[in-house]
Design a protein around this ligand. Sequence first.
Ligand code: FE2
Length: 361
Amino acid sequence: MEEVQQQQQKRSWRSEAKTAYEEWQVEEGIPRYSGSYIENLNTLELGNWARKGVKGGFVNLAGQELDDAYVVEIPPKGQTKPEHHMFEEMVYVLSGRGTTTVTQADGVRHIFEWGRGSLFAIPLNSIHQDFNSDGSNPARLVAVTDAPLVHNLFHNTDFLLNDSFQFKDRLNVDPERYNGGGKFLAPKRWETNFVPDVLKFKLFDQSERGAGTSVSFELAENTMAAHISEFPVGTYKKAHAHGPGAHIIILSGKGYSLMWKKGDKEKGRYDWHVGTMISPSDRWYHQHFNTGSEPVRYLALRFGGNKHPMGSGFIMEYGENGDQIEYEDEDPEVRRMFEEEVRKNGAVSKMGAVPSRKLNS
Ligand SMILES: [Fe+2]
């Protein structure tokens, strides 16, 4: 009896109604992809997206409705319809070349040119439009937004898509930011609206997460943010866990990630290559492994901006100890699997011996 009551209680936690975000997705009428990863964003099948005037598809990963992703493809010499919206948007260029215009209500217009590897953010609610400048090849873009969070908060699509409020604090910034200009807010934190090529951006030591380098981006005065990490051939990162919403795009190299919930015996394995997107679930451990012959570089589009933080308790927070598993504390199977994979690929592990455990003082 007690067990039945508990189950009923559990069921009542979630409403049977669709969320405002889910309803909006149905209205938009394009394919929707879920799960923990998309094996190849470059070949994801897309449908006609009437509102944007191009083909598109939603990507909803890690079973959460806080942030999401979508992919669009702009045909040769084609363009998206102009739009504005009350959710933040960061865009990565998967392929092709083109331009984007951002227009303010006072008529000021910014135009910037992008190509494969570019990253940019649209200032909240500003009118923008993307153009493919290539006459023979499509351009494919992937965007990460906080549309689910904002849709579910306001549950009013008209407000989200048609309100004309101008965020002067986000628009009145150094116009050079649209040309790739910016400044370091901290030694590893670059502020801009546009990064011409994340594949070439200079990175800095990030040895606290194991081998590798990184840099963070604060974009367009957003609360959302991004970072790039790179780690060398024959190495892997330390496992760690945090809140949901990070969308990781593989920019170079090949390997795999392990993801698991605290206490799980089995770890899920996700093999990846350039163009894969992977997203860890809320507080699941995740760990990335380079088994190929070149450095792995990835872009993470996520919550957790440092300039405009969301405060204590918000979703990208780490646990008390950073929720990181040091190499010496990890399951020995993790190292064994990595060394076997590296051998299979004809590469050599550079991880050295497993460090000895630190003694408690
Ligand atoms: Fe992470």
